[in-house]
Design a protein around this ligand. Structure first.
Ligand code: MOS
Length: 743
């Protein structure tokens, strides 16, 4: 196989479409006679709707129909409990199902009008009378009521913590070196640039084409078909471009349900978009409270790991994530006790947000490790190297590859770590305190079965497709690179298509598993195509008749006999000789379970951070950051670097800025806009550097792909927190680290 494009910094093949505006997003597809929806959201957190006053709204010119729980079509929702590929155990939220309010902001009415403006104006005229009930929304007030999560299908990918080992609490108490902490994370909301929208095109009786903002077109197709009782083949979901998602598009959101419901009822095309405030009315990263107690012996070897987390969930679903499993995957300890519990509250179900669980759990783990290193009077890098392992202690399996040591080495050199004075408050620049901190990151390298189809046409062009997603991650680009190399072709002759449920099956795209899953599928489809090419060639040219598959090189000039016993036969000639003038191969890319099962597969990172702290005002500024990442084969260092840079910025945001603040009297998020939900701006982002330490991993898959995404984020918040401690001598374990907490 040629290695001409894999590993090269190819620019995004979809870059031009995106910057010129020709890339269309879900709310940008116009069809004749499109109707527009607008949602009214509840203003209480719990209770019943007594009356919705619609008279004034109905009187607005252009209003066609207003849906509420009282008049919604009864055909919606089949009785069986299928929800979607990422649904946690429980009963999924059904918009306008009945008069019950289960969280503040829940959709309770939808106006459909001739224009968007009419619908929006009419929505503002709707008033609602409620029978209010007492609600619970504050996790901190209900910690003692937390319980173990229920199990379900989605928990297959999110295993609970392993059983306790040894006597972690007792050994901790007896340890000569100890560190403990309570770590508090607030709620965060997804705020991708593109807000949720569905344009539902009514194609006739029980037949729809839907432009949706999603990370899984087939997931939405199955959901819509199941919920509305439509034949699968009559539901086509398209999402060619996604303006950011990072978990928010893993589950179908309520605008899809409502737009489809209205379209089927009115027999008209309907668009429903959310506004920025409504982006705070479905899932979120859950609030959590974690406690750690780590103990080491007098030479600094870890002896006990206690880590527990309590997260919030809704009253109707047990949303789970992997928060507490990481410590023992990184640090061997003979005694471990890991606990994960949930407390249901009157809130929307939480949902996956970039590095779900990892971004939360590793903050607690890596800050506790930092403190343990201080207590052991060791450098935090040396401490981690002393407690290093090539074996996942949870599964007792070795890592398929793990270049974390090299990550430490290269990042430390680049950062200049050796010049650090370990003493907190010892380093200054002008009038500011300087802090240097580090943290380790880990994320799973998962792979799921995915299909792809490769099609060669007589003009010598190759089109490969799979119903996967590119939500800014670079899927379009790296898959084209893989296909070009598999076929030995010029990249200019290759295109990759995605984001259409009519394409070959792909699961939801997320969790850093898309590159490995789809990449393997693309490789399988191209392999199938090469075999077909040879079969055809054998019928066309005598020299190929006797040739075995391994005797052939597949190159830009066509099929080439390795022994040079004849001239090459071009793909064009072969395809031109077929009846259909195309050659196709559709194949499944399976994870290689036989190889994989003896290993734990994970990506790792080492993050080095410098902060500058203005003590008078408590302002923390991240002035420098170096991230070294070991994530198998880097398919494209340019798009990969972008992924990691995005994670680093997100990490700054998570550590210092982001939090959805709820007024618990109302159970409502008060800063539900980009004006008040704080994010870093350009002026907050300084010197960021990314290093890739390549791993040659033949266990994960043939191409050695582990996947990149979440690994860019996970270690950044703890590295910043550790740097703040080094600067100030103060442990702020309550994220975000805002000025008031530093002062
Ligand atoms: Mo992933 S939670 O889809 O960023």
């Amino acid at each position: 196989m040629q290695q001409k494009y894999i590993g090269q910094p190819v620019s995004r093949v979809d870059g031009e479409a995106k910057v010129t505006g020709s890339a269309k997003y879900a709310a940008e597809f116009n069809v004749p006679k499109l109707r527009y929806g607008y949602v009214v959201n509840s203003t209480i957190a719990k209770g019943k709707i007594i009356k919705i006053n619609l008279e004034r709204a109905m009187a607005v010119q252009g209003v066609i129909k207003i849906y509420t729980h009282e008049n919604r079509p009864s055909t919606a929702w089949l009785s069986f409990n299928y929800a979607d590929m990422d649904a946690p155990p429980g009963k999924p939220f059904v918009p306008m199902h009945n008069n019950k309010i289960v969280y503040n902001g829940q959709p309770i009415a939808m106006i459909v009008a001739e224009t968007f403006e009419q619908a929006r104006y009419a929505a503002s005229l709707v008033t609602v009378e409620y029978d209010k009930e007492e609600h619970e929304s504050d996790l901190h007030a209900h910690l003692t009521e937390a319980r173990l999560p229920k199990k379900g299908l989605a928990t297959l990918l999110k295993p609970g913590p392993p059983k306790p080992k040894g006597e972690a609490e007792k050994i901790y108490e007896a340890s000569p070196v100890k560190a403990a902490g309570t770590f508090v994370h607030g709620i965060e909301h997804h705020n991708p640039m593109e807000m949720f929208a569905s344009t539902v095109v009514y194609e006739g009786e029980k037949k729809l084409t839907i432009f949706d903002k999603t990370q899984g077109t087939i997931n939405c197709q199955l959901y819509v078909a199941n919920v509305f009782g439509l034949p699968f083949k009559n539901v086509r979901v398209i999402s060619h471009y996604v303006g950011g998602a990072f978990g928010s598009g893993l589950r179908p959101q309520y605008q899809l349900f409502l737009a489809v419901m209205a379209s089927l009822d009115l027999k008209k095309s309907v668009r429903l978009s959310m506004n920025r405030h409504q982006m705070f009315t479905f899932g979120h990263r859950p609030a959590t409270v974690q406690k750690t107690k780590f103990g080491a012996n007098d030479v600094g070897k870890i002896q006990a790991i206690n880590h527990e987390s309590i997260g919030e969930t809704s009253q109707f679903e047990d949303y789970t994530e992997i928060v507490v499993n990481w410590a023992n995957m990184l640090y061997p300890s003979p005694n471990t006790k890991l606990q994960y519990k949930l407390k249901p509250l009157d809130v929307a179900s939480p949902m996956d947000m970039r590095a779900p669980g990892g971004a939360t759990g590793l903050h607690a783990v890596e800050v506790t490790i930092d403190e343990l290193a201080y207590q052991a009077k060791m450098d935090p890098v040396d401490f981690r190297l002393l407690n290093y392992t090539d074996m996942d202690q949870t599964t007792e399996k070795p890592y398929s590859s793990k270049e974390l040591k090299e990550c430490f080495k290269q990042a430390a050199d680049k950062f200049g770590w050796k010049n650090r004075n370990p003493e907190p408050r010892s380093m200054r620049r002008n009038h500011k305190l300087i802090g240097w901190g580090i943290a380790t990151g880990i994320w799973e390298a998962m792979q799921l079965p995915t299909r792809a189809e490769a099609v060669l046409t007589a003009d010598g062009k190759l089109t490969v497709s799979s119903a996967t997603s590119d939500f800014g991650t670079g899927t379009y680009t790296v898959m084209a690179q893989i296909a070009a190399d598999c076929m030995g072709m010029d990249l200019a002759d290759v295109s990759f298509k995605l984001g259409d449920s009519d394409m070959p099956f792909a699961p939801i795209s997320g969790g850093s598993f898309t590159a490995a899953s789809t990449g393997t599928a693309v490789q399988a489809a191209c392999l199938g195509l090469r075999k077909k090419l040879l079969k055809k060639a054998q019928k066309m040219v005598a020299a190929f008749t006797e040739a075995e598959f391994d005797d052939i090189d597949f190159t830009d000039s066509g099929l080439h006999l390795k022994n040079n016993s004849g001239p090459p036969l071009s793909y064009r000639e072969i395809v031109a000789a077929t009846k259909e003038k195309t050659l196709k191969s559709k194949n499944m890319g399976w994870p290689n379970a036989m190889k994989q099962r003896k290993f734990t597969r994970a990506t790792h990172s080492a993050v080095f951070v410098e902060v500058e702290v203005d003590e008078d005002f408590g302002i923390v500024k991240v002035t420098r950051m170096v991230t070294a990442v070991a994530a198998g084969k880097i398919l494209n260092p340019k798009t990969a670097r972008s992924q990691i840079l995005g994670g680093m910025v997100w990490g700054i945001s998570k550590a210092l800025r982001e939090e959805s603040v709820m007024d618990h009297r109302f159970g409502k998020f008060m800063n539900d806009s980009l004006a008040e939900y704080h994010l870093p701006v350009n002026a907050d982002i300084n010197d960021l550097e990314v290093i890739f330490v390549e791993e040659d991993d033949k266990i994960v898959n043939d191409l050695g792909i582990k996947g990149l995404g979440e690994i860019g984020l996970v270690a950044v918040p703890p590295a910043i927190a550790n740097a703040v401690f080094h600067a100030t001598g103060k442990r702020v374990n309550d994220l975000p680290i805002t000025m008031d907490k530093v002062m």
